[in-house]
Write a protein that binds this ligand. Structure first.
Ligand code: ADP
Ligand code: ZN
Ligand code: ZN
Length: 739
């Protein structure tokens, strides 16, 4: 037979190859464009795959090939360029190609469902519903609330998602009750293209000299590929630079892709883009329903959405007119997926821009050492915003030596006094403690017993609010024992500080002060973070305390004092990136405070005031810290001066991960490669987690190419090992966390 009539299909499965099929019966070749979905027979069932290409020959004899069952799309979902990026990523991260391609699609499309032509589920008032008085519904307050909500705009139905958001949670039953009364009815809401156009705010700050220079540098460069590192302290106006660049791109009729770490944590950033950018924006993040996600995705694919603003996986959104990629807070760990397909969205953003031949801007107040290194050697153009924009002046940092100081809830008397002074002066103070819960330990004062997770090598965190012991690693919970399981004594006490306990102690100490706690526990319900942030800005609280959630994206101009408790863990963490992370966190938290007439002051409590890295950070700032940390990395030949791949293995039986990794290492050594080193195998820093024993093998090389040459030969051989079937194992290319 001649002609290309074999379909090469990426099928989601833990297998590293594609699969060949014949066209479905009755389907002509002209409908079979790469990027369409096909239902194909697979094993004993059927799966939804994506057509990658048409080929003339298969390794399998043509008479043995099965026809695909069904063509699911009339036009491709993915363009050639999108497919190529995904294939590149599958190869680079060594992940099964079918999984990679499928993970780039919205969930509904992944499952083989038809593309949504309908709108979002919504609810509107009926004619009688418009006339009801919600106040009369005294016995059904939640129904009254929804009725009141809809009556604010009686002729504009609301999407179900918006109603849930306003009601702080799912409320289908209440809607049904209102429907039965005949007051509301379900409807479809089709998101309109012009939806956002009405909200544009005209006032635009005049860019300062540094900002203008940054914008000019990118524009001067033109349209080809170039990476820029926009390195500017918090509040220096990076977001304004992004907006100016996006406007340029839109004026040229192109699309812009903006990646941000976690949208849920930065509602203010989102609002700002929506208010300032005069074009439809598609949002892609995990807070959306599957249908909402698909609508946003489709708008980007059609080119209707000019800007895509999304988290990690948005990096794969097909955008036919893409002209600019922005990665905000490029140092943030959440750009790296930590399980399954372990890609880095930041790194893929660079790959995508290079292939697309368009500029990419990485922005951060605390750039990763990787990016700083790339800027040092000239691979990225380094753009600096040295001053805070607008009125704010930078905060002053001081070290507070807490050796041999009696702490109260983790706070030194000096810090407590400073807090009290700020409160008396009518300012806000922010206390940062990166540990949620009441206390990280529950211990017996008689025998020294400590509550530990039965499934992990980890202590249980005591959460007083709901009275449970909670493992932050596997999620298991249990009730607090009232007597010690070892000695039957009754002196069981919490030890150490968590945000919950800190809140309690501060509340007792400052009884007349409004205190707010921001952490994952206090913001669990949808919309609550948004509400708390609003209340902070309205001045409802004078004392703010919380975890790293407070370090992200928000400005608190009335905060004049930031106290950072407990940074010492970061200095001696198991991970070589621990110090970098700690410095980023301190700098990010510090940057939240102050403005011109009320400059901020930052106090870092430590038991290691002479540690060189802390010293440099506090005295000379993040930039100097980073240079010193880079020198340390260079002398230790650690990334970014080398490249790593981490092989992880786990099993319920002790010893198995280790013997598997031993065999894998032997194979790897026999293949070799110049300058490739094997470190390990070693037990993972947390050896037992969720009932599994875990071990690591680290492979490192000064040459990325050498490392990947090894992987290409090595991994297929590892898959053939008998011991590989007795463990769960995975490959992490460019690992970011060693846990
Ligand atoms: P970053 O993203 O670097 O943290 P932002 O863009 O959020 O900084 O800017 C911080 C604050 O300064 C914002 O309130 C912003 O409106 C204001 N701002 C930014 N650029 C200017 C400017 N050129 N003139 C006046 N105010 C500005
Ligand atoms: Zn005991
Ligand atoms: Zn656990």
């Amino acid at each position: 037979m001649s002609g290309d009539l074999i379909l090469r299909v990426a099928v989601p499965a833990p297998l590293y190859s594609c699969f060949d099929y014949l066209p479905p019966e009755g389907v002509g070749l002209d409908g079979l464009l790469p990027g369409v979905r096909l239902l194909v027979p697979f094993g004993s069932g059927e799966r939804c795959g994506v057509l990658l290409e048409l080929v003339a020959e298969s390794e399998i004899e043509i008479t043995k090939l099965k026809p695909a069952s069904k063509l699911l799309d009339t036009e491709p979902l993915l363009g050639q360029e999108d497919i190529e990026l995904l294939l590149w990523a599958a190869e680079y991260y060594r992940h099964p190609v079918g999984d990679v391609i499928s993970s780039a699609l919205p969930v509904r499309l992944r499952k083989g469902m038809a593309r949504a032509t309908t709108g979002l589920p919504g609810w509107g008032l009926t004619a009688i519903g418009k006339e009801q008085d919600p106040l009369a519904l005294t016995r059904a307050p939640r129904q009254a609330e929804i009725l009141g909500l809809l009556q604010q705009h009686p002729d504009a139905p609301l999407s179900q998602a918006d109603i849930y958001l306003n009601m702080d949670g799912e409320c289908r039953a209440i809607l049904r009750a209102l429907e039965q009364r005949g007051w509301v009815e379900s409807c479809e809401i089709v998101p309109s293209r012009e939806e956002r156009l009405g909200e544009v705010q005209v006032s635009t700050p005049h860019l300062n000299r540094d900002q203008q220079a940054a914008v000019d540098a990118v524009i001067r460069h033109g349209t080809g590929f170039q990476a820029f590192l926009l390195d500017g302290v918090t509040g220096s106006g990076k977001t304004e630079v992004y907006i100016a660049l996006v406007e340029q791109v839109l004026a040229a009729g192109q699309q812009a892709l903006i990646l941000v770490p976690e949208i849920g944590l930065t509602p203010q950033l989102l609002q700002r883009f929506q208010q300032r950018i005069a074009a439809p924006i598609a949002l892609l993040h995990s807070g959306l329903s599957d249908l909402e996600r698909e609508h946003a995705w489709s708008a980007a694919v059609r080119g209707d959405a000019k800007v895509v603003l999304g988290t990690r996986s948005a990096v794969f959104t097909p955008m036919p007119e893409l002209g600019l990629v922005i990665v905000d807070e490029e140092h943030d760990l959440s750009f790296k997926q930590q399980d399954g397909f372990r890609y880095s969205a930041r790194d893929l953003a660079l790959v995508r821009a290079r292939r697309r031949e368009c500029p990419v801007v990485l922005g951060s107040a605390t750039p990763s050492l990787e990016s700083l290194r790339n800027a040092q050697v000239g691979r990225y153009e380094h753009l600096m915003l040295l001053k805070r924009a607008g009125e704010a002046v930078p905060p002053r940092l001081d070290i507070l030596d807490i050796r041999s100081v009696n702490l109260d809830a983790g706070m030194s008397p000096v810090l407590l006094r400073m807090v009290s002074e700020e409160i008396q002066a009518g300012n806000q103070a922010l206390i940062f403690l990166n540990r949620r819960g009441y206390s990280p330990l529950l211990a017996c004062y008689d025998c020294g017993w400590i509550a530990e997770c039965r499934r992990c090598d980890a202590r249980l965190t005591y959460h007083m609010g709901n009275g449970v012991l909670w493992c932050h690693h596997c999620g298991s919970q249990r009730r607090v024992d009232s007597t010690c399981p070892e000695c039957k004594g009754e002196k069981i006490r919490p030890l150490g500080q968590g945000t919950e306990r800190l809140e309690q102690v501060l509340a007792a100490r400052f009884p007349d002060t409004g205190i707010v706690r921001i952490d994952r526990d206090s913001t669990r319900t949808k919309g609550s973070l948004h509400r708390l942030l609003d209340e902070i800005h309205q001045g409802k609280y004078q004392l703010l305390l919380g975890t790293q959630m407070l370090a992200k994206g928000h400005h608190f101009p009335n905060v004049t004092l930031v106290g950072i408790l407990d940074v010492d863990q970061g200095l001696f963490g198991a991970d070589f990136r621990a110090a970098e992370r700690m410095a980023q966190l301190i700098t990010q938290v510090s940057g939240r405070a102050g403005r011109a007439e009320k400059p901020g002051r930052v106090v870092v409590q430590t038991r290691h005031p002479d540690h060189p890295l802390i010293h440099t950070l506090v005295r000379d700032g993040y930039g100097s810290f980073a240079l010193e940390a880079l020198r340390e990395r260079q002398s230790a030949l650690l990334p970014p001066y080398s490249y790593q791949v981490l092989l992880r293995a786990e099993a319920t039986r002790d010893g198995m991960p280790r013997s598997f990794l031993d065999e894998a290492m032997e194979l790897g050594r026999s293949i070799g490669g110049s300058g490739v080193e094997f470190w390990g195998p070693v037990p993972a820093p947390m050896e037992r987690r969720a009932g599994n024993f875990r071990a690591h093998l680290l492979v490192q090389s000064g040459s990325r190419a050498e490392l990947h040459r090894l992987l290409a030969v090595w991994l297929p051989k590892i898959r053939g090992l008998k011991s590989a079937r007795r463990v769960r194992w995975s490959v992490d290319v460019d690992p970011q966390e060693m846990l």
